[in-house]
Design a protein around this ligand. Structure first.
Ligand SMILES: [Zn+2]
Length: 122
């Protein structure tokens, strides 16, 4: 991966991080402003489409992505960016440009998905 691509990816990651932080702020506000009865039976809440639960789920997804993005930024700092965490082979520039927070090469990613593991950052 050349320097220009790496800078492009770093800029993408930083932009994504800011966007997630903003979304998270909104999710947390939704939790606070939620009018649903959080003490109600979870089944009733699910049926009633409780916005609190939706916001919690959303915040949790955002939290996971935030970790993936932060880890990718840390790997850029370390000079370890672009290597698959599983087989330590290059992930591939195309894949990284499309998905800067990818942790695995496409082969390992597919294998992990087949194994039913949760390959975060895919
Ligand atoms: Zn791999």
């Amino acid at each position: 991966m050349n320097k220009t691509d790496l800078e492009t990816i770093r800029a993408k990651l930083l932009a994504r991080r800011d966007a997630i932080l903003e979304e998270r702020g909104r999710s947390f506000r939704r939790m606070q402003e939620s009018t649903c009865d959080v003490a109600a039976d979870p089944v009733d809440r699910a049926a009633g489409n409780c916005d609190f639960d939706v916001a919690v789920g959303q915040a949790s997804i955002e939290g996971e992505e935030l970790v993936a993005v932060a880890e990718a930024l840390a790997r850029i700092e370390d000079g370890a960016f672009g290597l698959c965490e599983e087989c330590e082979q290059p992930i591939g520039d195309k894949r990284l440009l499309a998905l800067p927070s990818a942790r695995y090469c496409i082969g390992c990613q597919t294998a992990l998905e087949k194994a039913g593991l949760d390959p975060l950052g895919a």
